[in-house]
Design a binder for this molecule. Structure first.
Ligand code: SF4
Length: 419
């Protein structure tokens, strides 16, 4: 979501005549778009500001802006800690940066009011020529007890379906083959009577986009209609990111997630019944307040049984202002670290096994760049959102190729092009 927002902000700035600088030293303004979801992310922003602070006097009038979730959460406190910061704009204010830059006069400007977001669907500046993010909703109304997002991104609101369709059409005329629809909880998307599955069908039917993905889904809102739509609509890639968070029902209840492990497993069974090789990825938190060893073991068992293709795994990080912040953060750090290491090792083994199962299969791959290590290897994503590398000519960039998987480790597949 933050990457997509940075792209939208870049588009807003481009439209006002700003251009990206080659280096931080020569930039007139340095903008940090921030994340608040974990304490570590915020610490890194202050670390980065410290590194960059020496540049303040190198370009006369150089400005610093901190925008996004951390700006929303901390507001003035950012300027207290880093007085050279000129502009702090929260999540609903960040796209007003061009106007606020014009008003900036040496006194720090801090805007974190909600309800002033003046942005509809805007085509973001993209990293990839062939794949694009399309934000379909903002904010979240779920208030999971550990999560800061509803406080920093505000009420959930969906963009009109027709505007999203128009944006996808514009992407297509600009050479985009694949879109990722984004929302904190895409499953609760609503435009009057249109639900998320209807939006997917509308985009698939009314545009020439070749491939569609979406993120993130909430298990409590994943509908049978969506499962059926994923299975029947060939443009929708066979990948679902479905955060489980914990394998313990008591912890899930304390997290305010609104489902049980049994419900989650039932969803996985339904998904796999209609799409046997759907790729499933998840998010998991260890060391949530009061998580016992047995409850952590339930997460391990769930992971072993469900066999996710990959997972984002974190140790619990208390966020001021959330409901869980008032719970006793009683799992000691060394225990959190031990649990996380154990979980990561288990998932690494499962990811390896799942990727070994890919060997011999032919996957449809959108070729969108080169391997980081070698320009002789092209890279792309399979339907299941796995990175695959293969030898090929640069002329294949921006095409969809059939690649036979020949080898794999826990993170990457290698393959050969089928002629
Ligand atoms: S669904 Fe829960 S975890 Fe996800 S953004 Fe909303 S409150 Fe946070």
């Amino acid at each position: 979501m933050n990457l997509a927002d940075s792209g939208v902000l870049a588009a807003v700035l481009n439209a006002r005549g700003y251009r990206p600088a080659e280096t931080e030293a020569e930039a007139d303004i340095i903008i940090l778009n921030t994340c608040s979801v974990r304490e570590k992310a915020e610490d890194r922003v202050f670390g980065r500001l410290g590194e960059l602070s020496g540049l303040k006097n190198m370009v006369p009038g150089k400005k610093f802006a901190v925008v996004g979730c951390m700006a929303q959460r901390l507001g003035e406190r950012i300027v207290d800690k880093a007085p050279f910061v000129d502009i702090v704009l929260g999540t609903d204010q960040m796209f007003n940066l061009p106007e606020i830059l014009e008003k900036s006069n040496g006194t720090p400007l801090v805007h974190t009011e909600f309800g002033h977001e003046n942005i509809g669907v805007i085509a973001p500046v993209r990293d990839s020529r062939f794949a694009a993010y399309a934000t379909i909703s903002r904010g979240c109304g779920n208030f999971c007890t550990y999560c800061i997002v509803p406080y920093v991104r505000g009420e959930e609101r969906s963009y009109p379906a027709q505007e999203i369709v128009n944006q996808v059409r514009n992407f297509v005329s600009d050479g985009v083959l694949e879109i990722m629809l984004l929302g904190q909880n895409v499953n609760s998307y609503r435009d009057n009577e249109l639900a998320f599955a209807d939006l997917l069908k509308k985009i698939a039917g009314e545009t020439d986009i070749k491939r569609m993905r979406f993120m993130t889904s909430h298990p409590k809102d994943l509908s049978d209609e969506l499962i059926a739509t994923m299975a029947s609509e060939p443009k929708i890639m066979a990948h679902l990111h479905l955060p489980l968070q914990s394998g313990s029902d008591r912890i899930l209840r304390r997290m305010g997630r609104g489902y049980t492990l049994e419900h989650y497993r039932h969803l996985v069974d339904k998904l796999r019944a209609v799409q046997a090789d759907i790729s499933l990825t998840t998010d998991l938190i260890v060391g949530f307040p009061s998580e016992s060893e047995e409850e952590f073991n339930l997460t391990l068992t769930a992971v072993e049984k469900i066999k996710f293709d990959s997972a984002f795994m974190f140790r619990y990080s208390p966020r001021e202002g959330t409901a869980a912040y008032r719970f006793d953060d009683d799992v000691p750090d060394p225990v959190k670290i031990r649990r996380l290491t154990k979980l990561i090792n288990l998932q690494k083994k499962i990811s390896y096994e799942k990727n070994q199962e890919e060997i011999g299969r032919i996957r449809s791959v959108l070729v969108d760049g080169f391997s980081r290590r070698s320009n002789a290897l092209l890279k792309g994503k399979t339907e299941g959102y796995k990175t695959i590398l293969f030898a090929g000519e640069p002329s294949l960039l921006g095409t969809i190729q059939n690649i036979r998987v020949t080898s794999a480790d826990s993170w990457t597949l290698h393959g050969d092009r089928e002629h």
